[in-house]
Design a protein around this ligand. Structure first.
Ligand code: UDP
Length: 451
């Protein structure tokens, strides 16, 4: 680590695994550049402070009741985030005010998630510069100003004959992707999007966990759209692992299990920390994996299957058949798993973290996006970079079996793997000394010091 530069940065992650991981990785990146770090966080999904002894953690109230936290909070993430956005404003203001009045070091800025709606106003009122972290691909954040227009344009509902058409305003999205971006009451999103665009434009800079090698044009467009300095500092996990910020206990036995598997023989299956699926879909995935006769490591997060605790919808017969070739765990050390020599494919929901982690380890994907930005990430994986197979939402045992066998056994899968290796190398170069992301960290550091 460089010696302290006498300046402190305050970070405030949105309380979701996919947002906490990058924020704490960013904390490590900035700390390695000499900044002291304070992390403000909600009680809900509080990160484990003891895993990060070099940082100061301050908890604020999120106003959620015990029962709200216990009743599967991932069942409606949007409403949960909306509630916390109301409840946490005043505690956040108090906390920030206290830090600014007590801190002996100079506090350079606040960096928080683009999903916080009140932080720009609070920071401005306290004369503290604010930088925004997007945990989405730049292409997706760039679309925020036009999403309401796309929603009302008359594309929805999408007829079968139009499903394959491109969304001209938002390439490479297809019209069939739109219903899962907007959900059932997409109009409720409009005010959030408007605030996010407005507050980002008022900020002192925008950070992406991305790089020029993946989306140079979108990064340039982000500068035009938001009219603030943009920093694409690379897949953050390339610098610091996400494992220390895991909210769930990671089952390490899966790594020992992988040690005994053949090279590139295992399909890793995980739908991230938020996606929910129906019991029927769960069973189709289970049969598809079993019928594929390929080895697999499957993360079934408690709460993944709506209405079930864990894997009890599986019959004894199905469990026996699954156990012949696979292992099911509740949560894995994903980065380590993807880096393991035995892993040859990833059936994923295409969260941006998971997508980047897969690219960095050169693991080709089977795309099963659940909604929102995952729809776009999956299109990039399957249609633009061509490093994965898209299930096109067909959670059906034969389709899953076909995709698994194509990726793991067939020559088409081999071609996908070759393209993935090229992409992995390109992205890998960006985070090395002299690469585009590496240089962007330098620029970001100087920018923060100049604020
Ligand atoms: N993850 C993990 N273990 C698992 C599943 C996921 O550590 O069993 C991590 C994964 O490495 C990634 C994060 O959880 O960093 C999920 O973020 P992502 O953006 O992919 O999806 P989200 O959970 O936000 O939908």
């Amino acid at each position: 680590m460089e010696k302290s530069n006498g300046q402190r940065v305050i970070l405030f992650p949105l309380p979701l695994q996919g947002c906490i991981n990058p924020m704490l990785q960013l904390a490590n990146i900035l700390h390695s550049r000499g900044f002291s770090i304070t992390v403000i966080h909600t009680r809900f999904n509080a990160p484990k402070a003891s895993n990060h002894p070099l940082f100061t953690f301050l908890q604020i109230s999120d106003g959620l009741s015990e029962s709200q936290i216990k009743d599967d909070p991932t069942s409606n993430v949007m409403s949960l985030i909306a509630q916390i956005n109301v409840n946490a404003e005043s505690p956040f203001r108090d906390c920030l005010q206290t830090i600014l009045s007590q801190e002996s070091e100079r506090v350079s800025c606040l960096i928080d998630d683009c999903g916080w709606l009140f932080t720009q106003n609070v920071a401005e009122s306290l004369n503290l510069p604010r930088l925004v972290l997007s945990t989405f691909k730049a292409t997706f954040l760039n679309a925020y100003p036009i999403l309401p227009r796309i929603r009302t344009k008359g594309y929805l509902p999408v007829s079968d004959s139009k499903a394959e058409d491109s969304v001209l305003e938002f390439p490479p999205l297809l019209k069939r992707d739109l219903p899962r971006i907007f959900g059932e009451d997409g109009e409720k999103l409009d005010p959030f999007l408007e605030i996010i665009v407005d507050t980002t434009m008022k900020s002192s800079g925008l950070l992406f966990m991305s790089c020029e090698e993946l989306e140079k044009e979108s990064l340039n467009l982000a500068k035009e759209t938001f009219k603030v300095p943009v920093f694409a500092i690379g897949p953050f996990h390339s610098y610091f692992s996400a494992s220390s910020s895991s909210l769930f206990r990671q089952d390490e036995t899966c790594v020992h299990w992988l040690d005994n598997q053949e090279e590139k023989s295992v399909l890793y299956v995980s739908l991230g920390s938020v996606v929910n699926i129906k019991e029927t879909e769960f069973l189709e995935i289970a049969w598809g994996l079993s019928n594929s006769k390929q080895s697999f490591l499957w993360v079934v997060r408690p709460g993944l299957v709506s209405g079930a605790e864990w894997i009890e919808p599986l019959s004894e017969e199905l469990v026996r058949s699954l156990e012949e070739k696979g292992k099911i765990v509740k949560w894995s050390p994903q980065q380590e798993v993807l880096a393991h020599r035995a892993v040859g494919g990833f059936l994923t929901h295409n969260g941006w973290n998971s997508t980047l982690e897969s690219i960095c380890e050169g693991v080709p994907m089977i795309c099963l996006p659940g909604g929102w930005d995952q729809m776009l990430n999956a299109r990039f994986v399957s249609d633009v970079w061509r490093v994965g197979v898209h299930l096109e939402g067909q959670i059906e045992r034969r389709e899953i079996e076909k995709a698994v066998r194509l990726l793991m056994l067939e020559s088409e899968g081999e071609k996908i793997r070759e393209r993935m290796n090229v992409l992995k190398d390109e992205v890998g170069r960006s985070v090395k000394d002299g690469g585009s992301s590496y240089r962007s960290i330098e620029t970001l550091t100087n920018h923060i010091l100049s604020l």
